[in-house]
Design a protein. Structure first.
Length: 332
């Protein structure tokens, strides 16, 4: 079909990384991929739900959650159940669904390059066929992906099911001329990146998203070489600063990919909750190291607490202070 050689696949993520730093390509190390694992669990639950004889049954939904989400920790299980619930709201149980959907593959025969766009399922509606992409993150289908899919399939409508936003988005269809131009630019970029490919390192902010920073040689390693089997953790300077106060505060985004709750102000470094939590951990850390921790709590006590105790005689020791004193080996 394509002559003697199959077309070379163009991967958009690899192309972006290659242009920023050629050394970013190659075998990396073992990094946690919680977002991908959660996506897989949600996809399995969706397939199982449509395969149920009575998908609208609450017992059937509960059974699916118990079978597929039980091994997750409580926080991530709650996230998965919310995503699964969002899908059931967006797609009726009696809709005709085909899980053998074919990926959209556009082939440039002149350059012998291909660009594929994966879809998870197809839904037959009254107005036509929908090719559905299940999204559990924030980003949807890009203009390049849309151009590649619609140049491959002119009849279907590409739909992003944005579970985190509880929304369905019909991906805009570019004109034939715009689609050709978009894909031509991508294949031109790919040709230039391949020609100029060298194992030259160009460090920058993109190193944070690189899958192989411990192996590229730009940064020194501690304790010998790092192999592709080495399990590594990629953290930012902000995460390192949080380690001084609370390991969980750093571990949730770095290891478990727990998204920030923007509705509660978690997206702001100076939020009230973050200030209170940092102050608490700083006080506790100092108290555990001090010979006499009680003065620390007197200095850091809230004004409201002091006013509540005015005129009521000597303050009694709290159960927390009693327990802290017991850690230091003193009588409570």
């Amino acid at each position: 079909m394509y002559g003697h050689e199959a077309p070379e696949p163009v991967r958009l993520w690899d192309l972006d990384r290659m242009e920023l730093c050629p050394a970013s390509l190659g075998p990396g190390s073992q990094l946690a991929k919680p977002q991908l694992e959660r996506w897989k669990s949600v996809h399995q639950a969706i397939v199982a739900w449509h395969a149920e004889g009575e998908p609208e049954s609450e017992a059937a939904v509960a059974d699916i959650c118990d079978r597929l989400f039980s091994f997750w920790d409580p926080v991530q299980r709650h996230m998965l159940e919310d995503l699964f619930t969002a899908y059931r709201r967006l797609h009726p149980a009696d809709s005709t669904v085909d899980f053998d959907a074919q990926s959209g593959v556009f082939v440039d025969t002149d350059r012998n390059l291909s660009l594929s766009v994966g879809v998870q399922l197809e839904v037959q509606t009254e107005i036509g066929r929908e090719a559905v992409r299940i999204k559990t993150g924030r980003s949807g289908t890009s203009r390049v992906e849309a151009a590649a899919y619609y140049m491959h399939d002119e009849k279907s409508t590409l739909v992003d099911v944005m579970l985190a936003h509880d929304d369905r988005v019909n991906v805009p269809r570019p004109t034939s001329e715009d689609g050709q131009q978009i894909l031509s630019e991508i294949f031109d970029r790919h040709a230039l990146a391949i020609v100029g490919q060298r194992r030259v390192r160009h460090p920058g902010l993109h190193c944070y998203s690189c899958p192989r920073p411990a192996r590229c040689g730009q940064y020194p390693t501690i304790g010998g070489d790092v192999s592709y089997r080495t399990r590594t953790v990629r953290v930012s300077k902000t995460h390192l600063a949080k380690l001084a106060h609370c390991h969980r505060s750093a571990g949730w985004p770095a290891l478990y990919g727990i998204p920030k709750d923007e509705s509660r102000g978690d997206d702001e470094d100076d939020s009230h909750g973050l200030r209170v939590g940092s102050r608490f951990h700083t006080t506790i850390a100092a108290a555990l190291l001090a010979d006499d921790p009680e003065p620390l709590f007197d200095m850091n006590s809230l004004q409201s607490s002091s006013s509540m105790n005015e005129g009521s005689g000597p303050r009694s020791r709290s159960p927390f202070m009693s327990g802290l004193s017991a850690l230091h080996g003193r009588d409570s």
